[in-house]
Design a protein around this ligand. Structure first.
Ligand code: ATP
Length: 137
């Protein structure tokens, strides 16, 4: 199996660093799979699910927020505001964040408040989805 080095950093920690077979994540124009030898590029990444195929061929899934992906000849790096494995997600907190965001959207506040609430809602909804993937990997 061909492998490449993949690293994920948040402002608080090195979330992941290992040799991997494939990384699948969502860019602003859709889902992309990064394989060994992919041509170098840099692109913004959307909030969503990060899929990593490890060196044994197993798939691991994580939640990641918006960030930047850099693919080079040597390694691929994702810089994200936050990243969590399913087991790390506080489900109740995500539910509360979802409710707060929905209330703010309903309140029809200033545009910037609604935009921020929509981003928060997206993060909460994906956290809830990834929490549901506990034990599947
Ligand atoms: P909240 O309003 O609950 O803080 P948020 O979407 O605004 O939600 P983020 O800005 O994405 O939170 O994350 C801030 C920090 O809190 C990050 O370190 C992130 O990993 C952590 N975090 C946020 N929500 C959760 C959660 N439900 N479970 C575990 N960690 C979380």
């Amino acid at each position: 199996m061909n492998l490449f080095t993949f690293e994920v950093y948040t402002p608080y920690r090195l979330f992941f660093k290992d040799s991997v077979g494939v990384v699948v994540l969502t860019l602003t124009d859709g889902e992309i799979g990064i394989y060994p030898g992919h041509a170098p590029f840099t692109a913004p990444v959307c909030t969503g699910i990060l899929n990593i195929q490890d060196m044994k061929g197993r798939w691991r899934k994580a939640f990641t927020t918006e960030g930047i992906l850099e693919v080079t000849h040597h390694k691929t790096i994702l810089l994200a505001d936050a990243a969590e494995w399913p087991e790390e997600i506080d489900y109740e907190r995500a539910l509360r964040a979802k409710e707060r965001a929905e209330e703010r959207i309903k309140a029809k506040s200033f545009r910037f408040e609604v935009d921020s609430a929509k981003s928060k809602l997206k993060r909460a909804a994906f956290r809830i989805q990834v929490y549901g993937m506990r034990g599947q990997q």
